[in-house]
Design a protein around this ligand. Structure first.
Ligand code: PLP
Length: 413
């Protein structure tokens, strides 16, 4: 296949798009728990991995596999595993490479659920050290003989800091460490972290990949390029014979399988059809977000944070790394919590909801919701202040969104 085809063509006609038994255009929903076999010999071969086949949906399912192959191709990976949620994908991927006594290096300002997960991992003896900013200067001194993985988000939310994957992956690889990137907010439409040097990419498919806000899911994509050092990554030592694929084989046949966080076939199907329009939606969402950010920044007393705005500290990375798109999330400071609430409450189209990546524009006051359990310092480091409003921009008509937000802001003084 032509490697120069565009994103939408790859999405609809890539190598990963399979032909189905009855030539269905979409993968049929294989809504069963188990698969039957003609003989015990055949089932034995499936269990001993001597022949391909499905036995039990927690371990493998053709609808789920169709979605895995598709996202794997979009991200340029070499194998993917779907999970019941984004959090399941993050926890499974970290537990596949870390044991008690091991350390993770992560950035501050991560998704709130991920920060809570790091607190949970402490109780299992896995310690996380945090870098204020995920720069080479700050990460390098944190690497020691116990470090097993470096973890960050491609575009943090709501602070909108872009992870320097290229520079950090090179120091990580020098130290024999893999770089895991949560690319939920970026999506493969904006950037493919594996092309920049990431080793494992994670998505909460509940957001932009599904796009319609109708099912929770997650996925882990392995570049298959990282050279595991089995003396260091002893969590993977039993999988040494699989070499660069040891991580995915451990997930597939051991950790993920036993933790039981599989994606349901029905949700895999909803994610699959949602992903059909990822390119179209992202293009529209990014254009809307850009237009809305520009108009909002003209309003008095409103301080807007959006990657495409010239005063954003990461503005110069947009063309270089994100194909010129600024993503679907913007946030603004309204001056006070009272004013932020007043604006949010008077919006007509934007829905008050804790999700992102929906077709519909969603708004929230992260300080009093998503970050309610973080300290004041942690909130501020994540770009969350008492007067911050986060907006996940949808596909509505830009002029209606602009009017809705402008009216809400003007009526709030
Ligand atoms: C939503 C989200 C998650 C968690 O995903 P769930 O599907 O809700 O479990 C992880 N990381 C980021 C960046 C997210 O936005």
């Amino acid at each position: 296949m032509d490697n120069n085809i565009g994103f939408n063509t790859l999405l609809l006609h890539g190598r990963s798009i399979q032909h189905n038994a009855n030539r269905e255009i979409l993968p049929p929903v294989s809504q069963v728990s188990a698969y039957e076999y003609e003989s015990m010999e055949e089932l034995e071969k499936v269990f001993s991995h001597k022949s391909m086949g499905y036995a039990y949906t927690r371990v493998g399912n053709p609808t789920v596999a169709a979605f895995e192959k598709r996202v794997n191709e979009l991200e340029g990976g070499n194998g993917a595993v779907c999970c019941s949620s984004g959090m399941s994908a993050i926890s499974s991927s970290l537990l596949a490479v870390c044991k008690s006594g091991d350390e993770i290096i992560a950035g501050r300002g991560l998704y709130g659920g991920t920060i809570s997960l790091f607190h949970n991992l402490e109780k299992l003896g896995i310690h996380t050290v945090f870098a204020e900013d995920m720069t080479v200067e700050q990460i390098k001194p944190l690497i020691n003989e116990r470090t097993r993985v470096i973890y960050g988000e491609m575009i943090s939310n709501p602070a909108l800091k872009i992870f320097d994957v290229e520079a950090v992956s090179s120091i990580a690889h020098e130290a024999g460490l893999p770089l895991f990137i949560d690319s939920t907010t970026a999506t493969p439409f904006l950037v493919r972290p594996i092309d920049l040097g990431a080793d494992v990419v994670i998505h909460s498919t509940s957001k932009y990949l599904n796009g319609g806000g109708n099912s929770i899911g997650g996925i882990i994509i392995d570049s298959g390029r990282f050279k595991w050092d089995f003396e260091k990554h002893t969590a993977l030592s039993e999988f040494k014979k699989f070499g660069k694929m040891a991580f995915t084989v451990r997930l597939r046949t051991d950790l993920w399988e036993n933790f039981g966080g599989c994606l349901s076939p029905a949700n895999a199907f909803l994610n699959y059809i949602g992903t059909d329009t990822l390119g179209l939606r992202m293009e529209r969402i990014c254009k809307n977000a850009d237009a809305l950010a520009k108009e909002l920044s003209k309003l008095p007393g409103i301080e807007v944070c959006y990657l495409k705005l010239k005063d954003h500290p990461y503005h110069d990375k947009v063309d270089e790394l994100l194909s010129g798109y600024g993503g679907g999330i913007l946030n603004f400071r309204a001056g006070s919590k009272e004013r932020a609430f007043k604006i949010i409450n008077s919006l007509e189209y934007a829905l008050i909801a804790s999700n992102i990546g929906d077709l519909r524009t969603l708004v929230i006051h992260p300080y009093s919701t998503l970050y309610i359990n973080e300290s004041e310092e942690e909130k501020n480091k994540a770009g969350v202040f008492e007067d911050t409003v986060r907006v996940s921009v949808g596909i509505e008509d830009a002029r209606d969104l602009i009017r809705d937000f402008t009216d809400a802001v003007e009526n709030s003084t």
